[in-house]
Structure formats: structure tokens, C-alpha cells
Design a protein around this ligand. Structure first.
Ligand code: FAD
Ligand code: SF4
Ligand code: SF4
Length: 383
């Protein structure tokens, strides 16, 4: 029987799915089993849209449909947490299974603190995340650094510190360090992120630490809750999934890679925050002075639960009816969200004026956490 803290290699017994999946297909198989066994009523996963730079959410109720979601999309920047808030009022006690990266998981925890989602009704299958690349930046990087037409790329992956593409006519990999030195690579919020293994999910799944004969064909699963252990045991009992204890050397390797990623996160925080520190308010004033008040940063922030339409109503602090936005529009927004900003990057990603909003919120939160105790209590995660 699996228990919290166990570390396993897991793989699907479905040969077709194994071929399609990113690693051992454990994530897809667990979600399929959760639907088949009626542990959940629906699954919120991610699937490929028009191309591999387009990751879109998929709400699935038919287990057979889940195979279409298998595989990892590293050039998509979808965040799952706030979507659940949209479904939650209509779910009325129904259960949902979700694939969550660190930022998706943190967003759900923040929404749960605000009583907007009930975590008892959510099964969180976590996926480790070393970071994602913006779709537009990915296309540019592939063209300029790889010398390849991005439209001819058939597969992308991030493995052993390299961004690797397969395209019509060959395959090529360049180290992430080299790409990032040249100004490409992961989104800046992902570079600063230190939640690489989502241990507040029910299971944390990834490829780090799978070594030996199973390398590439099994998913490394860390059991993080009783709920996760129960689902895993039931899927094994139903012969959907096979497992074996993780290789101790593999566990060591995984720990080392995670630690190296923490150090890299610290390096990027130092780089980004130190450059900003002497000019923080001037930079915020200058950058937000371009704001056209589309409200996308509010609509997509998993921490900001005030509905965007409220911002259109007259109020005392913010003058309305012109652009760029009144500086108080952003000062009030920062005051509202920065103490619990999870650095998911959605505000920055969705801003049509390309204002580095996540950098500002993350810097403000990190600094405030250093000087004061976090207002919402010590975080269960370190972000
Ligand atoms: P599959 O059975 O193939 O299922 C994958 C699931 O991931 C599907 O349900 C799909 O809906 C979902 N998914 C795909 N793209 C996204 C996305 N962008 N956001 C949310 N969900 C998505 N593992 C590591 O050990 N180290 C890493 O550095 C690492 N980085 C990752 C970065 C990203 C952006 C993603 C999405 C995953 C990353 N992983 C990483 C996890 C790894 O790629 C596999 O997802 C994991 O090992 C599970 O493999 P599997 O075969 O069981 O998954
Ligand atoms: Fe994410 Fe931006 Fe909201 Fe922070 S402020 S939680 S980075 S959307
Ligand atoms: Fe302004 Fe950008 Fe926010 Fe839109 S997303 S309101 S342009 S800061």
C-alpha cells in the first residue's frame, strides 16, 4: 500500500498511451482511472490547440478523450487555477481531477484560502515544472537560435537542461543556459520560481530521477497525500498502472537537480530584483504609464478575486474615463495582490502593453516577506 512520502516509478499498462505520453503516462492513466471509477466527475487537463505553441485547457468527462491530452506542452502558458473558480459555482459538490504545475497548485491554495474553491472536491495530480516558454518567444528563439522555421517543428521537449526540437528534416538541442544568456529561454517568472515539485498536490509527477532501464518510459511519482496514495493504489489494483520503488540513486539525482533549480531561481531573483531595486518606483510609474486599462491583468490573476467589471464602477481613489490609467489604478492593484502574489506570470503574459507586472508584484512580495511575516501566515510553499 502506498503512503505519503513514497517515491515510485509508475507507468501505464496501455501500450498506445505509453507511446503518446511524455514519460510513463502515469498522469493520464491516473486521471482516466479517476473518471472511470467515478472518483471524479470531470478532469481539467491541457491539450494542444492549433499548434504546439498553443496549450489550451480541456474539460473532459469521457475517459477515452483523455489520451488526446497526453504529453507536455512547454511553450504554453495556461494557468488552471482561476478556471476552476469559473466552474466551481456550477459544480455543486461534484469532484474534479486536475493536472497542476507549481503555479496552478499555488493558485488553487490561494483560492481555497478565500473559500472560492473546496480542495476536498479536487484531486490534484501535480507535474514538476522547470519552467515554460512564452509562445511568441519560443517561435522567435527557434527561428533565431536554432535556425529552424518554427512552423516545421513537430515536437519540443526540455530534457537534461536542454531545449530540444524535432522538425521536418532533423532534431536539435541547445542548453537552456546558453539560450537564457542570449535573452531567450524560459519566462522570467519561471526562472525566478522555486516551486519545482508541487508537493501540496496529491501526487507529484515528473521525469527527474528516472534512471536505468525505465529511463524515458516511467514517471517518477512522489506520493504527497492520503488521497493521492488511495488513487494510486486503486489504479494499480485495477491493473491500469504498474509501479516499482524508485531507484535510490534516482532519488538522489532528483534531489540534486531540484537543489540546482533552487539555486538557479535565487540567481535569477538576485539578477532581476537587484537591477530593479534602486529604480523600483520610477520604473513602475514609467511602465504602468503605458497601461491601456484592458483589465486582463486583473481578470487572469488567481489571487485577485475582485471581478474586473467592478473596476469600471466609480470610486474614490481611481479616476476613470481616460488612458493611460490613473497611477492609483496600479498602486491599488499592487496593494491588493502583492502580499500573496504567487509569481505565476499571468498578468505579464496577458498584458497587451508588455508591462512587466509579475516582476513588480513578485519583487514587492519577496521583499515584504523578508521584512515582515507573511500576512496570511507562513506559506506552505516557498515562492
Ligand atoms: P502524461 O501522461 O503525458 O500527461 C501529461 C499531462 O500534462 C496531461 O494531462 C496534460 O494535460 C498536462 N499538461 C501538458 N502540458 C501542460 C501545461 N503546460 N500545463 C499544465 N499541464 C500540462 N518534470 C520534471 O521532472 N522536471 C521538469 O523540469 C519538468 N518540467 C515541466 C515543464 C512543463 C511546462 C510541463 C507541462 C511538465 C514538466 N515536467 C517536468 C513534467 C513532465 O514533463 C511530465 O508531465 C511528467 O513526468 C508526467 O509524465 P506522464 O507521462 O505521466 O504524463
Ligand atoms: Fe500571478 Fe501576476 Fe497575480 Fe502575481 S500578480 S499572482 S504574477 S497574475
Ligand atoms: Fe493595463 Fe496591461 Fe493590466 Fe491591461 S493587462 S490593465 S494594459 S497593465
Amino acid at each position: 500500500m502506498a503512503k505519503k512520502g513514497d517515491m515510485l516509478y509508475a507507468w501505464t499498462n496501455d501500450a498506445g498511451l505509453l507511446k503518446k505520453a511524455e514519460c510513463g503516462g502515469a498522469v493520464t492513466e491516473l486521471l482516466k482511472y479517476a473518471l472511470e471509477s467515478k472518483t471524479v466527475d470531470a478532469v481539467l487537463a491541457v491539450t494542444r490547440g492549433v499548434d504546439l505553441y498553443d496549450a489550451i485547457p480541456a474539460l473532459v468527462t469521457d475517459p477515452k478523450e483523455l489520451d488526446k491530452c497526453a504529453g507536455s506542452l512547454h511553450c504554453g502558458t495556461v494557468l488552471m487555477s482561476k478556471l476552476v473558480m469559473e466552474y466551481a459555482p456550477r459544480m455543486s459538490g461534484k469532484k474534479i481531477g486536475m493536472v497542476v504545475k507549481g503555479c496552478d497548485m499555488m493558485g488553487l491554495l490561494e483560492l481555497a484560502k478565500r473559500n472560492l474553491v473546496n480542495l476536498d472536491n479536487i484531486v490534484m495530480i501535480g507535474v514538476n515544472c522547470g519552467g515554460s516558454v512564452s509562445p511568441v518567444a519560443a517561435r522567435k528563439m527557434i527561428k533565431e537560435m536554432f535556425g529552424v522555421d518554427p512552423n516545421t517543428v513537430t515536437k519540443e521537449e526540455i530534457d537534461k537542461g536542454q531545449f530540444i526540437i524535432e522538425y521536418e528534416g532533423g532534431h536539435k538541442g541547445i542548453s537552456m543556459d546558453e539560450l537564457e544568456e542570449a535573452g531567450y529561454g524560459r519566462r522570467s517568472n519561471c526562472r525566478r520560481c522555486k516551486v519545482k515539485v508541487p508537493r501540496q498536490a496529491d501526487l507529484a509527477c515528473g521525469n527527474w530521477g528516472v534512471i536505468g532501464p525505465k529511463a524515458g518510459n516511467a514517471t517518477f511519482v512522489e506520493v504527497c497525500s492520503e488521497k493521492g496514495a488511495k488513487l494510486l493504489d486503486a489504479a494499480v489494483k485495477a491493473k491500469k498502472l504498474s509501479t516499482e520503488p524508485a531507484n535510490p540513486k534516482g532519488i538522489e539525482v532528483r534531489g540534486k537537480v531540484e537543489n540546482a533549480m533552487f539555486k538557479l531561481g535565487d540567481k535569477w531573483r538576485k539578477h532581476d530584483f537587484e537591477a530593479l531595486a534602486p529604480v523600483l518606483w520610477d520604473t513602475i510609474a514609467k511602465e504602468t504609464g503605458r497601461c491601456m486599462k484592458c483589465l486582463a491583468c486583473i481578470e487572469h490573476c488567481p489571487v485577485c478575486v475582485t471581478r474586473a467589471d467592478k473596476y469600471k464602477q466609480p470610486d474614490m481613489m481611481v479616476r476613470h474615463g481616460f488612458i493611460p490609467a490613473d497611477p492609483m489604478f496600479h498602486l491599488r492593484r499592487f496593494a491588493h495582490i502583492s502580499d500573496s502574489c504567487i509569481n505565476c506570470g499571468q498578468c505579464e503574459e496577458c498584458c497587451p502593453c508588455e508591462i512587466p507586472l509579475a516582476l513588480f508584484s513578485h519583487a514587492i512580495r519577496t521583499e515584504a516577506d523578508k521584512v515582515f511575516e507573511p500576512k496570511l501566515g507562513k506559506s506552505a510553499y516557498s515562492n
